[in-house]
Design a protein around this ligand. Structure first.
Ligand code: F6R
Length: 241
């Protein structure tokens, strides 16, 4: 499904879909599993979910979350860490049980990373998989931190960040030399297994790569292009692709 609307409309629509699913699961005594992204794109969505919680009594008691990725080497108290971002933007502002939230640990000891990543996958699978996945796109074509060349069969793992990705993050880190070189990311297979995906790309800087991802061939060189094969995908852009 491709639609072009203004950002506010998308945000309202996505938040409403998430809220409806949460309530439906509550009525049936079930949990909802959300796959979450960081970065600037989903911030208005998290604000809207917080508003629904504060003003419309939406409870997150039955929600489990799994974040897409985390920079390697950053402590969770580091303002540039995705754990910090999620706490600030969402988790600390709603009633989700903290133990239900998962962000990959960027400080996992070397030597046990593979085991750690397998465990992250297992936790998602044990909860029945991701019901709703929120995605942005990087200018390298990445989703999560699955950079060009990532296999469609990849699972959660440690990866090297693309130069464009590090360049785009350099402002937050006060210079590219301070941007971590590696991250832990959910895999392509993990993401594509989500039952429903909301993909968001806003702003001119995302137009070219989004067009490449959705109007050209499906290829590991543009990881986001694999979304073309997802059955329950909503593409939200504020430009025509
Ligand atoms: C973040 C993530 C990335 C971002 C992408 C876009 O958890 O997985 O794929 O979604 O880099 O970032 P923004 O939204 O900052 O342009």
């Amino acid at each position: 499904m491709i639609e072009v609307k203004n950002i506010d409309n998308y945000i309202k629509k996505i938040a409403e879909s998430i809220a409806n699913e949460i309530k439906l699961k509550q009525e049936n005594d079930q949990n909802l599993v959300l796959g979450l992204a960081t970065g600037s794109t989903p911030i208005p969505l998290y604000d809207e979910l917080v508003r629904l919680h504060e003003q419309e009594n939406l409870s997150f008691y039955n929600v489990f979350t799994f974040n897409l990725d985390e920079y390697c080497g950053l402590d969770k108290s580091d303002p540039n860490s995705y754990q910090y971002f999620m706490d600030e933007k969402l988790f600390n502002r709603i009633d989700i049980p903290k133990e239900n939230t998962h962000v990959p640990n960027g400080q996992v000891k070397s030597g046990i990373e593979v085991e750690y990543c397998k465990d992250y996958e297992q936790k998602i699978n044990d909860l029945g998989g991701i019901d709703i996945q929120i995605l942005g796109i990087g200018r390298s074509g990445h989703i999560g931190f699955n950079e060009p060349g990532s296999s469609v069969n990849s699972i959660t793992r440690k990866v090297e960040l693309h130069e464009i990705t590090r360049k785009d993050a350099s402002r937050d880190f006060n210079g590219i030399e301070n941007v971590p070189t590696h991250a832990i990311t959910m895999g392509m297979q993990t993401i594509l297994s989500a039952k429903r995906i909301f993909f968001m790309a806003f702003g001119e800087a995302k137009r070219e790569i989004t067009k490449l991802a959705f109007t050209k061939e499906v290829t590991d060189n543009v990881p986001a292009s694999h979304l073309q094969n997802h059955k329950q995908l909503t593409i939200c852009t504020d430009f025509i692709i």
